[in-house]
Design a protein around this ligand. Structure first.
Ligand code: HEC
Ligand code: HEC
Ligand code: HEC
Length: 126
């Protein structure tokens, strides 16, 4: 087919549009990736329990870990405030025995106070 001079064929226009849209899509995906990576660490997280809510001071725990996120992420907890903690079975004894979840540190002989005798250090009754 003959073309008027200076006019792009339908095919060429389609190719240009497709390249442009692919570019936009790539930029959007890179943007999302950056957002996912830069989710800011929370100051505090509150865990609601039937035994009284527990405030986990994330910032203070980071300081005590000398800023090393890998102390907890992801081997003890995923970076998600909605993921299950898996700390509650058998009134925390299972996690303390297995040195998992909060019980990795909060246990007899660990880096922090055990659950036994210390319920009120974590659970706030209102
Ligand atoms: C002492 C353990 C500990 C350390 C150290 C730690 N975190 Fe966390 N973090 C947690 C816990 C616990 C949660 C909640 C996990 C859950 O609910 O299952 C969490 C959740 C998060 C979340 C998810 C927040 C949300 O709103 O979903 C982000 C982001 C995060 N941490 C970032 C960091 C960064 C960055 C560092 C290092 C500077 C860090 N954490 C160090 C224990 C820790
Ligand atoms: C990497 C070790 C570590 C992990 C994991 C950890 N803690 Fe701690 N936590 C500590 C240390 C160390 C202290 C301060 C020492 C002490 O008081 O025995 C502390 C103190 C606390 C306190 C007292 C208030 C404060 O922040 O000083 C609370 C409440 C607490 N932790 C809750 C939790 C909960 C809930 C989890 C699980 C979501 C958890 N911790 C996981 C090490 C840890
Ligand atoms: C280091 C902080 C900490 C200490 C100490 C602690 N708890 Fe907890 N407790 C928590 C957290 C955080 C949860 C939520 C755990 C989860 O979702 O897996 C929880 C959950 C519970 C639950 C489950 C409630 C529900 O909604 O299903 C019970 C019951 C409980 N704790 C009792 C106790 C008792 C009794 C003690 C003292 C012997 C104690 N806890 C000591 C932090 C603590």
């Amino acid at each position: 087919m003959m073309q008027a001079p200076g006019q792009l064929s339908k095919n060429a226009t389609f190719l240009l549009m497709r390249t442009f849209l692919n570019g936009l899509l790539a930029m959007a995906l890179v943007g999302l990736g950056v957002l996912a990576q830069e989710k800011a660490p929370p100051e505090k997280l509150v865990f609601m329990t039937k035994n009284g809510n527990v405030t986990f001071n994330h910032a203070d725990h980071i300081k005590r870990a000398n800023g090393d996120c890998s102390t907890c992420h992801d081997k003890l907890f995923p970076k998600s405030a909605t993921a299950p903690l898996n700390y509650k079975p058998t009134l925390h004894k299972a996690a303390e025995m297995d040195k998992t979840s909060c019980g990795a540190c909060h246990r007899a002989g660990g880096a922090a106070f055990e659950s036994k005798g210390n319920c009120a250090k974590c659970h706030m009754k209102g």
